[in-house]
Design a protein around this ligand. Structure first.
Ligand code: KG4
Ligand code: ZN
Length: 383
């Protein structure tokens, strides 16, 4: 640690991105000093999806060039090496883990194992003053492989505080080791608890973005394309797909039915030799995006009220979707206005205000090493 700055080399290879970065924490803000990545999207293009065997081979081809771009000499400056170890494609994870362990051994640097989903959650802390974040936060992580709702809480670590035993459904960035008094003036530590509350019963929303994009336009560039094409679309009563809310009391999600509705429609047309016009494709993309964004956003806002969390956030690949960002903000503003205009007879102990957090940069939404660095530093500080 130099000048009270903690530094980590972070490695992410869980799926189709070989991403390596240097992340720092000065006791207040997590920042990215350097980050480089090789993304494999185009390599899997012709197969219409990620092929695990090809993914792991590409990671092993690309990891050294990416590491060289960072500068191998940089590794001597870091306090720890953070690496994604789960969940993900096993052979892809192994490439990152092997390099991390080899570097750790050679440079005598501790290796911190990081859960990929915890990485997505703490991506929200990057480039933002940690002490200004209002906890607890209800965090919705939405990617290609996961669609979960978490309650994330944190407090500055005190000697008197003992860490509660983590349950099966909880992940903690902190172990229960005691804080040394000598460290007290060096850097703040936080006890971060992450409790999984709700999940998807079938597909993650990102998976549906990918599949619907492929049904309409073929393989590349998958989910992000929906947002671009939906800008040219409009509301069309022909594409009034059902929204899957499940029961009012639960905050689980289900998106495979929506994907199925679109598949059935296109299949029916195909049987009649009818191909959708470009405008119809834009309108389907528009209807699909509105449907998913409305369900995700309304459930998130309603759950935040139910759990009385002053803050809410979305992280993961789908959080890069511009319409989603816009929708949540409008929803929260409307809800805030509605609640704060209630007659005095209805007791609201405090004026209702929500903080809405999102990853500060789109780079932090999709898979990246920066978020793994944040999770690694939090875990390292508390080990
Ligand atoms: O977090 P991520 O990079 O990888 C996983 O952990 O799965 O998320 C990838 C997912 C893909 O399903 C992709 O279609 C979706 O995030 N995605 C988007 C956008 N950018 C990525 N979905 C909607 N709008 C976007 N702009
Ligand atoms: Zn991810």
């Amino acid at each position: 640690m130099t000048n009270n700055i903690i530094k980590t080399l972070a490695i992410e290879t869980s799926c189709d991105d070989t991403s390596i970065g240097i992340v720092t924490f000065d006791g207040e803000t997590f920042s990215v000093e350097k980050i480089f990545a090789y993304t494999q999207v185009k390599d899997h293009d012709i197969y219409w999806g990620v092929v695990p065997e090809i993914a792991s081979r590409l990671h092993s081809d690309q990891i050294i060039p990416v590491l060289k771009a960072i500068g191998i000499e940089k590794i001597q400056e870091v306090d720890c090496i953070s690496v994604t170890t789960h969940p993900g494609l096993p052979w892809s994870l192994l490439v990152g883990e092997s390099i991390a362990n080899m570097l750790g051994e050679y440079f005598n640097t501790p290796v911190v194992e990081v859960n990929h989903i915890v990485g997505h959650i703490v991506s929200l802390f990057l480039d933002r003053k940690f002490s200004e974040i209002q906890f607890p936060i209800l965090v919705l992580t939405v990617s290609g492989g996961h669609n979960d709702l978490y309650l994330v809480n944190s407090q500055e670590w005190q000697d008197s505080v003992t860490q509660s035993k983590s349950e099966e459904s909880s992940e903690s960035c902190m172990d229960s080791s005691a804080k040394s008094q000598n460290d007290k003036n060096t850097i703040s530590r936080w006890n971060l608890s992450i409790e999984k509350l709700w999940t998807t019963l079938d597909d993650a929303a990102g998976e549906c973005f990918d599949k619907v994009a492929r049904m309409l336009w073929g393989p590349y560039p998958w989910g992000a394309r929906i947002g671009q094409q939906a800008l040219k679309g409009k509301e069309n009563p022909e594409f009034d797909f059902n929204k899957i809310w499940l029961s009012h009391e639960e905050f689980n999600f289900s998106f495979s039915g929506l994907k199925g509705q679109i598949h059935n429609l296109l299949h029916k047309w195909e049987q009649k030799w009818r191909t959708p016009t470009e405008q119809e494709k834009y309108d389907i993309a528009f209807a699909f995006q509105e449907n998913v964004v409305e369900v995700l956003s309304k459930k998130l806002v309603r759950a935040s009220m139910e759990y009385q969390a002053p803050s809410l956030a979305i992280s993961g690949g789908v959080s890069a979707n511009d319409r989603r960002r816009e929708y949540v903000n409008t929803l929260v503003k409307n809800e805030q206005r509605l609640r704060n205009n209630q007659p005095k007879s209805i007791d609201l102990s405090h004026k209702w205000k929500f903080n809405v957090y999102k990853p500060e940069k789109k780079l932090y939404s999709t898979d990246n090493a920066a978020m793994i660095g944040v999770a690694g530093i939090l875990k390292f500080l508390n080990s």
